[in-house]
Design a protein around this ligand. Structure first.
Ligand code: KG4
Ligand code: ZN
Length: 359
């Protein structure tokens, strides 16, 4: 890039079970450009356990982190024969420092801090939630602020108002399980396998295409409450109760039950988002986080936003490549942090991995 307000970032993400690295270019005004986006997924390894096994995740990150970073540099055309020389082609290193599994976070944080020390490049610490929020700040146009973001993943479900860059207000969040966690647990109960979200979604789509409906209804937790909080643990209990009482039997009712569970989660998420939009009148609405990959949720939110009358906010659905954990979104957030001077460490040794980091 000739314009030197554009910066090239090497971004690293290892908060859960994906080892990821990306090269992202941006000026912190328009959307960031992704030059490479490498993800070494551990899904096959954890499938056996039906969930992410933290010790194994950390061990895998150790194995994958350096090859993943090298590949990100190579695919972006920045490889100079070795990693240290190649780092002279970038302006800064960004890394997720929380929230997440501590053993996983530490691998990415230590790799990033070491590379920053060796190359003399500044280190930018990025909050994983901020990364998900900035997944819609990729490509040409950046959403106008204020933006209301439905942030739904395995670890969190919240409605966040972004008033200005890095001026976030959490206007509602889950009081118990996150939406992705509910998908994962319900998938396990319905014996649909791992990873739960995509499996429930696939089974639910199948039921919809065959017009199969579960007679027994699951609750829509907190649907009519005035607040913007969510609760999904009751839904999980309702599925368990239906199984134990014989109201649903497996495998015969699995896809209908998946459909009913998905429709319950989506109805609550969409209705609360729209109600928040009517109250806070944002210019943009975003759907981000792993659960934003859910097809039915994308369809329903799009339909409801389109049906709004005047002063319709513009809807941004995170691209599927940037919905579940990835490093491009961390790099995108970092381009905006660089422009705002936020969390840029001149001394890489100052960085800390924090499992329960808040936004
Ligand atoms: O953002 P993410 O990759 O990791 C966290 O930060 O948690 O989100 C992972 C979550 C998992 O719970 C997974 O089941 C869910 O996102 N997920 C989905 C879909 N794809 C991933 N949930 C519903 N439908 C999907 N298609
Ligand atoms: Zn995530």
């Amino acid at each position: 890039m000739s314009n030197n307000s554009y910066k090239t970032i090497l971004a690293i993400e290892s908060s859960c079970d994906e080892t990821a690295a990306a090269i992202v270019i941006g000026n912190g005004k328009s959307g960031a450009q992704v030059k490479s986006n490498i993800i070494a997924s551990q899904i096959a390894i954890h499938a056996e356990f039906g969930g992410v096994f933290p010790d194994l995740a950390a061990k895998e990150h150790v194995k994958k982190i350096i090859p993943t970073i090298e590949l990100a540099l190579k695919e972006a055309g920045l490889w100079n024969g070795n990693a240290i020389d190649s780092l002279q082609n970038i302006d800064a290193i960004a890394v997720t420092n929380g929230p997440g599994l501590i053993g996983s976070l530490l691998i990415g944080v230590n790799a990033a801090a070491s590379l920053a020390l060796l190359s003399g490049k500044p280190l930018i610490k990025v909050n994983h939630w901020a990364g998900h929020l900035y997944s819609v700040f990729i490509e040409d146009e950046a959403p106008e602020l204020p933006m209301l973001a439905l942030t739904v993943s395995g670890g969190h479900s919240s409605l966040i108002l972004i008033k200005n860059h890095f001026d976030f207000e959490i206007i509602g969040e889950t009081v118990d399980d996150a939406a992705g966690e509910a998908f994962d647990k319900i998938a396990r109960m319905l014996e649909l396998g791992f990873p739960g979200g995509p499996m429930v979604s696939k089974a639910a789509d199948e039921a919809r295409s065959k017009e199969l409906v579960l007679e027994h209804k699951f609750p829509r937790p907190k649907l009519n409450d005035k607040d913007f909080d969510f609760s999904f643990s009751g839904l999980k209990t309702a599925v368990l109760y239906a199984l134990n009482s014989g109201k649903i039997s497996l495998p015969a009712d699995a896809s209908q039950a998946a459909r009913e569970a998905e429709e319950s989660i989506v109805e609550v998420l969409v209705k609360k988002t729209i109600r928040a939009a009517q109250k806070f009148q944002p210019k943009s609405i975003a759907l981000v986080g792993g659960v934003s990959a859910n097809k039915f949720l994308r369809q329903e939110l799009t339909a409801v936003v389109n049906s709004l009358s005047d002063k319709k906010p513009k809807l941004y659905l995170s691209d599927l490549a940037y919905s579940t954990d990835n490093a491009a979104m961390i790099g995108a957030a970092a381009t905006f942090q660089l422009a705002q001077g936020k969390d840029i460490l001149q001394d890489p040794e100052e960085i800390e991995a924090i499992a329960s980091l808040r936004l």
